[in-house]
Write a protein that binds this ligand. Structure first.
Ligand code: ADP
Ligand code: ZN
Length: 770
């Protein structure tokens, strides 16, 4: 079984037009719509009835009759005639006021389908939020009540005597300028609905239904901000952006490489300002994790006078809010969209600019079919739309950086912070020495870092301590036989979480009580080892009993708004130390933080992935950027067992170019991206040999007629060799060009059948090799 099927997407017009369905007479000449039926992946032709001629467009979502039912379909082609011989049935009706897949997004869908090898139907499904796809136009509504006629003095007297509540409602309407929402009246008078009903009958009031928007920011206030006077560096970059905005058709993608705090966001804001002046729209992608209230506030404040025309799309919205925000875009009531990965599909029309902030972020890659990369789609969409695109980062991905170096992209650089301050001082702490020195008393907090934190506490300054692993201990290991307590379903060590008193699998979530003795040899001498955020918090609380400390990770941030509340406390300096995972590494701007400690820099470095060094460099640079954003100078401590590794040394000197140069050289020699594209094929099954055999068979078939320039790998177990009870194997293919490899893969798989219980996946431009 293949996960998304490689089902043939050939057109099969009018297969089922023989029977059923309600046939309406359609006026001739309105043309023919070829549609893709969402449920079945059939492509069929329908007549466009005259009365719908104005509303059926490319990308419209429509109802069509199919085998006696009503099916939902997307118009993928408009034709003058059909190859179908019989009489075509008419399209029933159109969903939404405009095409739900406006022209460019339909083209984008086709591109995704071909590039990532995913059926068009599945791509289109991914592009619409669930709530929009399944319950389109399900808006909340309210009633608007307006005074129609004043009662006469006589009538007032009667009403007050015999129907005091009716009189009260009329008075309330008078007090409110003659009108009110029914929901507001109900707040004061729970029975308002039935009373209003009577008043309508008597002719005193009119009632009309209105749509209510679910506004995720209804409780926020925004203070308008004016554009800042740009620094010299910013002006140069801005000048370039404006030039590109003037001649969008010729614009290359722009890579804005600017150190943290160099004012990239200000450039985005001013560029968007220019786009709005041209009566065009702008799309801004931000990683989910940095789509904080703070980020949104900056945009809403700058464009305060049109803040209702900003739509926000991210995963913390309720289904209803997401539905409404999406329709706001669909109906042309938004000219700025800010969102996470999937916002790249926003149905904005008249697009003038696409921005991708933190373009290096791996979270832009979707981890299920279609496995698209939103940054790459941003470049593709901008090209289709004929508008400029800005990719911004303090640590650009090597893919984008190489494109800038070879001239495919423009490179804009901001090397200084806007406050003119130098980057924080970075100190490396060699934990090997620390361990030798302290022996028994070893702790995750080195003596140097401990002193630095103490100094901040004495000065009333704040510290952030960063550890990219949640939980208390990392593993429970037997001192006798050395066996570590593992998840039976996944090939990973279980992590001990103290608050729950449970061992938890971070892959499948399985929980169990820690055993009293080794499960392998029965020896009671088992010991917890390693450090997670939970244990780090406990240690730090013991070392600094007076300090006000909070921990931020996915375990502590389960409740809605908990992250926001904790960060507010920290911002208002009601906390001294924040301990957390990468949730706190991004985009937060705290002026009073003068110290950042990275408790274990090696976690990312030791991943079996060719991007491990790049990730480590990015992470350390991001984290370091949290220090010294305010008046006082910042200091960063990096604790590591590999103090001489290039990623750590280059991060220490904030030397992106140096890092990129040596890392690119290695990638070139090893034929890794950005010099090749990787396609990762995975096979998984509950029976290891089945998965392995399927992958070996696939590999041997692929080797036949392999396109030139493709480097086939060998099937091997994934680093995460078992998850959710399934054994996992992978095959990494590399190729300078994607298309020939993907076509070859498609052809090969179409000729193969895999056993039912073997799941085959493929990931073009894979970001994770786990
Ligand atoms: P980045 O996005 O590169 O991290 P920001 O745009 O967040 O940088 O800018 C960092 C800080 O500098 C913000 O507080 C911002 O308001 C301020 N800033 C940006 N540009 C200017 C400027 N031209 N003059 C003064 N302050 C600026
Ligand atoms: Zn598990």
């Amino acid at each position: 079984m293949s996960e998304s099927g490689t089902s043939k997407e050939t057109s099969q017009p009018a297969l089922f037009h023989g029977e059923g369905g309600e046939v309406r007479e359609s006026s001739p000449g309105a043309g023919i719509a070829r549609v893709l039926v969402e449920e079945t992946a059939l492509e069929l032709d329908y007549a466009i009835p005259g009365e719908l001629a104005e509303r059926v467009h490319l990308g419209s979502r429509v109802h069509v009759p199919l085998q006696g039912r009503r099916a939902i379909a997307v118009v993928i082609q408009l034709l003058k005639e059909s190859s179908y011989e019989g009489r075509l049935k008419p399209v029933h009706d159109v969903i939404g006021t405009r095409p739900m897949f406006p022209g460019a997004t339909l083209d984008l869908a086709r591109w995704i389908s071909a590039y990532y090898l995913c059926p068009l139907r599945q791509v289109l499904r991914t592009m619409l939020p669930e709530a929009v796809r399944t319950k389109p136009e399900s808006f909340l509504s309210d009633s608007h009540i307006a005074l129609a006629r004043e009662p006469t003095a006589d009538e007032w007297a009667k009403l007050r005597k015999s129907a005091p509540i009716q009189a009260r409602i009329l008075e309330m309407l008078q007090e409110r300028g003659g009108e009110s929402a029914l929901s507001d009246l109900r707040k004061d008078l729970p029975r308002a609905t039935s009373i209003v009903h009577v008043l309508v009958r008597k002719g005193y009031v009119n009632r009309s239904e209105v749509r209510v928007e679910r506004d995720p920011f209804s409780d926020e206030e925004f203070v308008a901000t004016a554009p800042l006077t740009l620094t010299k560096e910013q002006s140069a970059a801005m000048h370039h952006v404006l030039e590109r905005l003037e001649r969008p058709a010729e614009a290359k993608p722009m890579l804005l490489h600017g150190v943290t705090g160099s004012g990239k966001t200000e450039i985005y804001l001013q560029a968007i300002g220019r786009v709005l002046e041209k009566a065009k729209t702008a799309l801004v992608l931000v990683p989910e994790i940095s789509l904080t209230p703070q980020t949104i506030e900056r945009f809403k404040s700058r464009f305060a006078e049109r803040r209702q025309r900003i739509a926000v799309l991210h995963s913390h919205l309720s289904d209803g809010e997401r539905h409404d925000e999406w329709f706001k875009i669909h109906e042309g009531r938004a000219d700025i969209v800010i969102g996470a990965r999937s916002a790249i599909f926003a149905p904005l029309e008249n697009l003038g600019l696409v921005i991708v902030d933190e373009e290096h972020e791996p979270s832009y890659k979707q981890d299920e079919n279609p496995r698209y990369h939103a940054r790459d789609l941003a470049v593709v969409r901008a090209k289709i739309e004929g508008c400029p695109v800005i990719l911004g980062s303090a640590t650009p991905s090597l893919e984008s950086y190489e494109n800038a170096k070879t001239g495919k992209y423009d490179l804009l650089q901001l090397t200084k912070r806007t406050d003119g301050k130098s980057l924080p001082l970075v100190r490396i702490v060699d934990m090997r020495l620390e361990k030798r020195r302290t022996k028994e008393g070893f702790s995750i907090l080195s003596e140097k870092l401990r002193l630095a934190v103490q100094q901040r506490l004495d000065n009333g300054e704040q510290s952030i301590l960063f550890l990219n692993r949640r939980g208390f201990n990392t593993a429970l290991t037997c001192l006798q036989c050395g066996v570590t307590c593992q998840c039976p379903e996944c090939a990973v060590a279980l992590t001990f979480h103290k608050t729950e008193e449970r061992l938890i699998c971070h892959v499948c979530g399985m929980r169990k009580l820690p055993p009293r003795k080794c499960e392998a040899c029965g020896d009671p001498g088992i010991q917890f080892g390693g450090w997670g955020t939970e244990r780090a918090e406990q240690t730090i609380r013991t070392v600094f009993p007076q300090a006000r400390i909070a921990r931020v990770d996915t375990d502590t941030m389960q409740r809605k708004n908990q992250l926001r509340d904790t960060l507010r406390l920290f911002r208002s300096q009601k906390l001294d130390i924040l301990i957390g995972t990468q949730m706190i590494a991004k985009g937060l701007d705290f002026p009073n933080v003068t110290l950042v400690g990275v408790l274990n820099a090696d976690l990312a470095l030791n991943l079996p992935d060719f991007r491990a060094a790049e990730r480590t460099f990015q992470l350390l640079t991001q984290v370091a950027g949290r220090a010294g954003r305010g008046e006082r100078k910042g200091e960063v401590f990096i604790q590591t067992y590999a103090p001489h590794s290039p990623a750590i040394q280059f991060a220490r000197h904030a030397d992106f170019e140096g890092f990129a140069e040596q890392e690119l050289e290695q990638r070139r020699v090893m034929h890794y991206p950005p010099f090749t594209h990787v396609v990762l094929i995975g096979c998984r099954s509950r029976v290891a040999s089945h998965a392995e055999f399927a992958l070996q068979t696939l590999q041997s078939r692929l080797l036949k007629g392999l396109p030139e320039g493709v480097r086939p790998g060998e099937p091997c177990p994934c680093p995460l060799s078992k998850a959710h009870g399934q054994y996992r194997f992978q095959l990494l293919l590399r190729s300078e060009k994607v298309r020939p490899l993907v076509s070859h893969l498609q052809r090969t798989m179409a000729e193969m059948t895999f056993p039912e219980e073997v799941i085959v996946t493929w990931d073009v431009d894979a970001m994770s090799l786990m």
